[in-house]
Design a binder for this molecule. Sequence first.
Ligand SMILES: C[S@@+](CC[C@H](N)C(=O)[O-])C[C@H]1O[C@@H](n2cnc3c(N)ncnc32)[C@H](O)[C@@H]1O
Length: 233
Amino acid sequence: MPMTETLPPPDNSLRAPDVARTLDRLHRRARTDLFRIALVAPFVVPDFLGLRKTDDSRLSKHMRSVYIPVSRSQGQMLYLIARSIEARRIVEFGTSFGISTLYLAAAAKDNGRGVVVGSEIEPSKHAKAEEHLREAGLDGFADVRLGDAMKTLADVEAPIDMVLLDGWKDLYLPILELLKPKLRPRAVVLADNIFTFRKALRPYVAYVQSGANGFVSSTLDISDGFELSVFTG
Ligand SMILES: C[S@@+](CC[C@H](N)C(=O)[O-])C[C@H]1O[C@@H](n2cnc3c(N)ncnc32)[C@H](O)[C@@H]1O
């Protein structure tokens, strides 16, 4: 008599078919980012080179078709760190089309009763991120807020277990300062693109690495530089 196998619920939601399929598709699409950036280069390069003060909403409008996501390795790392510290409230600055949000929402789900609070200033990207979370079946574990993160993340409840900083670079430090009073001891803060925006992010890196502001921190040579900081209070 054939045995009917009852599979246990997956303990890694990144392996759930809807999640894996959605992530595969989005990472594939993001591979052609360079082409889309080239099309808008005249409008965005002065911002990225720090030649003018960035208007986040204007820059995000020009970049509305560009994914610029975390890599798969970074995504896996986000998921595993969130699992290892049992993160239940995760805050993300810069959601874009929701690739990083999917990794974090998967961890929030697997940790039980968790949520990732995302932020996206560009309405079309915000709508797409929500659609992708629904497709992956993770919309119940994410609350992506539309608007300027300095405002939309101001009332996130404490305690915050984990933060991903991945919006435009001038706001990394202000967003960290906004969230810092709500960080729980040993909260983990990750900040992307440290090598690409070395000059713009120098004040941020100095802040978290100085030892004077309640963090231990190192720049990891992953993708284009991933700053990993632990809040020591
Ligand atoms: C590098 S992308 C984020 C990629 C995303 N974390 C991922 O891995 O898929 C940066 C995003 O931050 C958004 N952003 C920039 N400044 C913002 C602000 N002040 N408030 C909210 N979102 C912002 C941009 O519109 C853009 O979509």
